[in-house]
Design a protein around this ligand. Structure first.
Ligand code: RIB
Length: 303
């Protein structure tokens, strides 16, 4: 059985829906409030567990603010978590998430214990980590940790899917280890230094990442779906229309759907169609993980 491993962040999200985002200096009332589980890494692991994949999460939580509860929730959802350590007297990663009525969001993130996922910790967990086939990374743990693990895994010909979120530059060396990189529009603009206005801009921007060594670029384009760009190949896969409430973790759900479908042996086009469906469904409730679908829900939605 193909095993998937997510190495990354776990956050507690403080979620406030608002009518409109406040302007600078303004205070607005939230329409509601919730404290939910999030973090780009754990969102991907949770979505994979919900779909029914064999998945492991590697990362750290703090025991302040529901850290223990979060680990139990992941375990209840079939995510292997003996590689998630809970640090004493520490805050886990925290995200303040504001969602407006157009289903747009803005986030402020504090890295908390995600910042403690260092190379020494990875060395301790290595036996459990290396025993997997497909690996998912994001950018909410230290960049040198990502680079260290990716280099080791690439030498073992493991599959590496990198979500360069949140948008920030990283060492060029990393491109050589990436099988699939999945930037959204903001991330692709940051990494390529090209403003995306037309389809051709997506191609030009993705070509820059391919030139640095990535094998495949999948550019996530929200409601427009996604673009698959490889050397001499360009494919637009349209997205799905849904009544979106909260886009938080749509990108994470996409990556989970992509990994799930690839481990089922599907080709990249089918995997992106599946990922688009998982991402669309994930936006239909408030909170990162609330609407992540089961495999039956995805299949029913696509029929
Ligand atoms: O991608 C969505 C996630 O980004 C949220 O759950 C929040 O925790 C931030 O990490």
């Amino acid at each position: 059985m193909t095993r998937i491993c997510v190495i990354g962040s776990l956050n507690i999200d403080l979620v406030a829906p608002v009518k409109e985002f406040p302007r600078i200096g303004e205070t607005v009332n939230a329409l509601d409030f919730d404290i939910t589980e999030g973090g780009k890494g754990a969102n991907q692991a949770y979505a994979l567990g919900k779909l029914g994949a064999d998945v492991r999460m590697v990362g750290k939580l703090g025991d302040k603010l529901r850290g223990h509860h979060y680990k139990e929730k992941l375990q209840e959802n079939s995510v292997k978590c003996d590689t998630v350590r809970i640090e004493k007297d520490k805050y886990p990663g925290l995200a303040i998430v504001c969602v407006n009525q157009e289903s747009e969001n803005i986030l402020i993130v504090h890295s908390g214990t995600n910042g403690l996922v260092d190379i020494d910790y990875i060395k301790e967990q290595w036996g459990q980590i290396v025993d997997n086939d497909i690996f998912l990374f994001q950018q909410e743990i230290p960049a040198e940790t990502n680079k260290y693990i990716m280099k080791k895994l690439a030498s073992k010909e493991k599959t590496i899917i990198f979500d360069p979120a949140p948008a920030r530059h990283f060492s060029d060396e990393i491109y050589n280890y990436i099988d699939i990189i999945t930037p959204n529009e903001t991330e692709l603009e940051t990494l390529s230094d090209i403003k995306l206005n037309t389809e051709n801009d997506f191609k030009k921007a993705a070509d820059r990442l391919l030139a640095k060594g990535a094998r495949t670029v999948i550019a996530k384009a929200g409601k427009k779906g996604a673009y698959i760009i490889e050397k001499k190949k360009f494919n637009h896969i349209p997205g799905y229309e849904v009544e979106a409430i909260d886009p938080t973790a749509a990108g994470d759900s996409f990556n989970a759907g992509l990994a799930y479908s690839l481990k089922e042996g599907k080709d990249i086009v089918e995997a992106v169609m599946f990922a688009n469906a998982v991402a669309a469904l994930s936006t239909t409730a408030l909170g990162a993980q609330k609407a992540m679908p089961t495999i039956d829900e995805v299949e029913e939605f696509r029929n």
